[in-house]
Design a protein around this ligand. Structure first.
Ligand code: NIG
Ligand code: FE
Length: 405
């Protein structure tokens, strides 16, 4: 793991997300930031850099805006094959649920992934993550879930560990054995849940940090999700879940009941769901790329924000519902399609993502935090939405080391 020291100077606009400052983003104009041994040691106006940090190797940002490294807290990017054919069918009128019911959807990626060797999985997964890193993602959560049997789930978690070891990005592994009921258990969701809890979860738990369930209409019920997440917790995995994506399926309330770290998607929530999420301190992870790709209405991002729920944004990068890899594009969608302000979108893509993963040491640029940040190819963060097709990133710094740009 790299860990280095530098002084980033000549920053036109610095987003710190410092909660001690008045504005949401804690923005400072004409700023500098000093990183020593991978951690932020000083942040402030360029004119005030203390003498002890002036000798650090300098990185001249040439007036560009700097934001904390993006934290993409929900992805399914470890998989084989692609589903361009299904995407075409959707554009010709079939729905995601119809394709799923006809044996396509997640099942077709499961078939391709089961057939892929560990090496083949790495060959498809690594370039995706490299592109994410070059677009400013410095921490990424990656779910298993296209195996649905012990060996393939283990192979996926192995690929996630290899990403974490071999690239500068931090990869956080989530076990999603309950992504759907595999064909060998067709019609017997309870049977699969028993098998999952008894056989797959105990083998996989040592390689994951979180346990996730796709709790939704036609997938796993609230009762099934509850048993998987309880079992996950017994194996040391914190719960999070896919909730209320396809229907008002009770997932958000289950997330609150369990004190899950996050409830994700939330396309079908009412005011009561919003209240219980806020009261339980569950982070809402919103995925505007999914609604964009499926051409559906966006989730109630501003209502969640207004109610005081902590909101994160993520790509949900997966072959079916959001084949989107970069956070700058998600930020543009969050502003232009979901209606978030640029400030809310930037905060949710950085600090919100960090809180959704329980990682207090990132997503903000304050002394003690990781020295993870992105030098934008723009004079202000607003340009990420204002010029959504312009190359967004000039350089990426991870733990004080230049890793892209
Ligand atoms: O987050 N909702 C469940 N899982 C993915 C879709 C996976 C797929 O279609 O392959 C999602 O949208
Ligand atoms: Fe997902």
């Amino acid at each position: 793991m790299v860990s280095s020291s530098l002084l980033a100077s000549n920053i036109g606009q610095l987003v710190t997300n410092d909660p001690a400052r008045d504005d949401l983003l804690g923005a400072i104009d004409d700023a500098a930031i000093a990183v020593s041994d991978g951690h932020v040691v000083w942040v402030g106006p360029a004119a005030d850099v203390p003498g002890e940090w002036r000798e650090l190797p300098e990185f001249d940002c040439e007036g560009a805006a700097v934001v904390p490294g993006f934290v993409d807290a929900h992805t399914h990017l470890a998989f084989a094959g692609d589903r361009a054919d299904e995407f075409g069918r959707r554009l010709r009128g079939e729905s995601y649920e119809e394709i799923m019911a006809a044996g396509g959807g997640i099942q077709s990626t499961v078939a391709a992934t089961r057939a892929a060797s560990a090496r083949e999985l790495l060959t498809t997964t690594m370039p995706r993550v490299e592109r994410m890193l070059r677009a400013g993602t410095t921490t990424v959560e990656i779910k298993s879930g296209y195996g649905l049997d012990r060996d393939t789930e283990l192979r996926l978690l192995g690929a996630i560990a290899a990403v974490d070891d071999s690239l500068e990005i931090d990869a956080v592994p989530t076990f999603l054995g309950a992504h759907t009921v595999p064909i060998e258990f067709a019609g017997d969701g309870d049977g699969y849940v028993t098998h999952l809890v008894d056989e797959i979860l105990p083998a996989c738990a040592p390689y994951a940090r979180f346990c996730d369930v796709f709790c939704d209409e036609g997938v796993f019920t609230v009762e099934q999700a509850r048993s998987v997440l309880y079992a996950g917790r017994q194996h040391g995995l914190e719960p999070r879940l896919h909730a209320n994506q396809l229907a008002a399926s009770g997932g958000a309330k289950l997330a609150a009941e369990l004190g899950a770290v996050s409830a994700d998607h939330l396309d079908h929530i009412d005011d009561e769901d919003i209240d219980v999420l806020r009261a339980a301190g569950v982070v809402a992870i919103l995925l505007p790329g999914v609604s964009f790709s499926l051409q559906l209405p966006q989730a109630r991002g501003n209502d969640l924000w207004d109610a005081g729920v902590t909101v994160a944004l993520a790509t949900d990068c997966n072959p079916g519902t959001s084949n989107i890899e970069t956070m700058p594009f998600v930020i543009a969608l969050a502003c232009l399609e979901m209606g978030l302000s640029p400030e809310r979108a930037i905060w949710s893509a950085t600090r919100g993502g960090a809180l959704a993963l329980g990682l207090e040491d990132r997503g903000q640029l304050t002394p003690g935090a990781l020295g993870d940040f992105v030098v934008l190819a723009h004079p202000s963060y607003v340009h990420l939405a204002y010029r959504p097709d312009a190359p967004p990133v000039r350089a990426v710094i991870k733990r004080g080391e230049l890793v892209a740009g």
